[in-house]
Write a protein that binds this ligand. Structure first.
Ligand code: S3P
Length: 181
């Protein structure tokens, strides 16, 4: 089986849903941020501090390339990863990208007390989140093969992801109208 890559905004549940998908399918779960942290020997905030956001994005790209060469993984991507074309390209060849679609208000609530995400450690956090969310949503949608609502419990959402991925080849065929002009 090719990999399933969960994408979406910070706090949309990629990690918790991803772990549930892995548990229910017996596949290996990989958290992309953790993968990067292990390689770098430091946490995401430290990477941002030491190498800046661009340094982190380059490590993230390397992680996308490496993980896309593997199989049978359930990957929780970082919230920014699939907003970059080079990372979308890496996963587009073989893997199924699933967007967990969660509205901004829910996300704001979930991230109210967050201290781990460098992009949100600022006084105008709400404004920044709205701007980023509006900018990224169309990019996520264009990167995704499938969109699943992520409002429900992690387990229910995981089942929705599994079902959607199972149906996906049929769905893909049904939208691949190759005889249309
Ligand atoms: C980021 C999201 C984070 C992490 C980094 C940058 C982003 O991952 O990769 O802080 O640009 O949205 P999560 O989506 O798991 O929080």
């Amino acid at each position: 089986m090719n990999n399933i890559v969960l994408c979406g905004f910070m706090g949309c549940g990629k990690s918790t849903v991803g772990k549930n998908v892995a548990r229910k399918t017996g596949k290996k779960y990989v958290d992309m941020d953790f993968y990067i942290e292990q390689k770098a020997g430091m946490c995401v905030s430290e990477i941002f501090e030491k190498y800046g956001e661009q340094g982190f994005r380059d490590m993230e790209h390397e992680a996308c390339e490496e993980l896309s060469r593997e199989k049978n993984l359930i990957i929780a991507s970082g919230g920014g990863a699939l907003t970059f074309e080079r990372n979308v390209e890496a996963f587009k060849k073989n893997d199924t990208v699933v967007l967990l679609d969660v509205d901004l208000e829910t996300i704001k609530n979930r991230l109210r007390n967050d201290t781990k995400r460098p992009l949100l450690q600022r006084p105008d956090k709400d404004k920044v989140m709205k701007e980023l969310y509006d900018k990224r949503l169309p990019l996520y949608i264009s990167a995704a093969d499938i969109v699943v609502k992520g409002q429900s419990t992690p387990l229910k959402t995981a089942f929705a992801v599994i079902d959607a991925v199972r149906l996906h080849p049929i769905h893909k065929k049904s939208i691949d109208y190759s005889d249309l002009k």
